[in-house]
Write a protein that binds this ligand. Structure first.
Ligand SMILES: [Zn+2]
Length: 417
């Protein structure tokens, strides 16, 4: 059987051009949404889309859409794409790898004059990272009709410019944000290729990860209130040291995540101790806890365990009190089994090794799963690094992911279901 194949040189060229559009040359890729770098990259993507005959437009949230007609042009559309914004001082692959995968699939279909039954839309989304305005997953949430005008008014960048203002200045009308919403009945499927951003594929020598589930995330904010005292005159057994209590708690949180199983992870990524002086016993500590798991019950197990530990801490030292607030709770998202089967079969047919995985990071695909059938694949990240200038994926490994995705997109787009 003859397979359509992508061309690695074109993939490499696209990625190299896009990586040059950065606000921080020499210090990785910084490409915030609705910035000069966004504009340059946007023009490049649109030009490439037009070169392979796509009908190109931008939706009211700033996503670039390149549409390729189907034999049955009224049939629901198959979408493929990712985002092209970046974090501050990030790498060249997080996001653009999936956008370039879409561009390359469009080129392969065009040069082989493949006519699919369903129309296909090649998509490049913005503000997935929330790098400029916070929030994130913006383009896909807008497609799901989940971005309100209020959000555009309240989310500001570090210079105090609201998202609504930045969009208007860039040439989009924020009042029309609601029009970015897509009708689920007009969607057949959404496919995304992304770099793994972790070490598993490289460590196992497997070419492509097929995501089964995007983990759920719960973020807590914990405050421990003790008592600030003189560090020289207060005996050890008469202190209410909030930082010592926090240290004890943090050790336990790691153990709780391990005993929850199912790859559950928990991270205390931010901590502050006050008053914050060498000669004062810390009276107040605030810390965050980020808990992720593919099973909600495992997340709940850790949360309950943390509450139990806090109560024990207080019993041991009644001079310490605590408060715990839930700041974020996103349920795990299961991707479409039928699409997972198609991706797996495509890997087998092409001799590309695959592995079912979970995604520990959020992706646009997870939002799109609320609208349509979704497939998400990972390609290996060198040393598991991401969100840093060292982020790298071998171009030939990326090509394998693109080929597998191409086959799966075709398998779905060729059949009217
Ligand atoms: Zn990303």
């Amino acid at each position: 059987m003859l397979f359509l194949e992508s061309k690695v040189q074109r993939i490499q060229e696209d990625l190299e051009v896009m990586a040059r559009h950065t606000a921080t040359p020499g210090q990785g890729v910084t490409r915030f949404s609705f910035s000069d770098e966004d504009r340059l990259t946007r023009e490049y993507i649109k030009e490439r889309m037009k070169q392979c005959g796509l009908m190109v437009y931008e939706d009211t949230a700033g996503a670039i859409v390149g549409r390729r007609s189907g034999k049955n042009d009224q049939a629901p559309v198959v979408m493929v794409g990712s985002h092209f914004d970046s974090v501050k001082n990030g790498g060249p692959f997080d996001g653009p790898a999936g956008v370039v995968a879409a561009l390359e699939i469009a080129r392969v279909l065009e040069e082989n004059q493949v006519m699919t039954e369903h129309p296909i839309e090649f998509i490049a989304l913005v503000e997935e990272e929330g790098g400029r305005f916070g929030g994130g997953l913006f383009g896909s949430r807008a497609m799901a009709g989940k971005v309100s005008m209020e959000e555009l008014m309240t989310y500001n960048d570090k210079d105090g410019i609201s998202m609504a203002h930045a969009m208007a200045k860039f040439g989009f009308d924020p009042d029309l944000i609601g029009s970015a919403a897509r009708d689920p009945r007009q969607l057949r499927a959404f496919f995304e290729l992304h770099i793994e951003q972790g070490p598993i594929l490289e460590a196992t020598g497997i070419s492509v990860g097929i995501v089964e589930i995007v983990v759920g995330i719960t973020q807590l904010e914990i405050t421990l209130q003790g008592r600030p005292d003189h560090a020289g005159t207060t005996p050890m057994d008469m202190r209410a040291d909030a930082l010592v209590a926090a240290a004890d708690l943090i050790m336990k949180i790691g153990r709780l995540a391990k005993s929850a199983g199912n790859g559950t992870v928990a991270t205390v990524g931010k901590i502050s101790a006050r008053p914050g002086a060498a000669n004062i016993v810390p009276g107040n500590v605030e810390c965050t806890v980020d808990i992720r798991s593919k099973k909600e019950e495992n997340i709940n197990f850790v949360v309950r365990g943390i509450e139990r530990e806090l109560k024990l801490l207080m019993r041991r030292n009644p001079a310490i009190s605590y408060s715990m607030m839930c700041k974020l709770a996103i349920a795990p998202v299961r991707l479409t089994p039928r699409i997972i089967d198609i991706l797996t079969a495509e890997g087998n047919d092409r001799g590309i090794s695959t592995k079912l995985m979970q995604s520990g990071a959020g992706h646009d695909a997870m939002v799109m799963a609320g609208l349509t059938e979704v497939g998400l694949i990972f390609v290996p990240s060198k040393s598991g690094r991401s969100h840093c200038p060292e982020e790298w994926t071998d171009y030939l490994q990326l090509k394998q992911g693109v080929d597998l995705l191409l086959g799966a997109v075709l398998a779905v787009a060729q059949k009217i279901t």
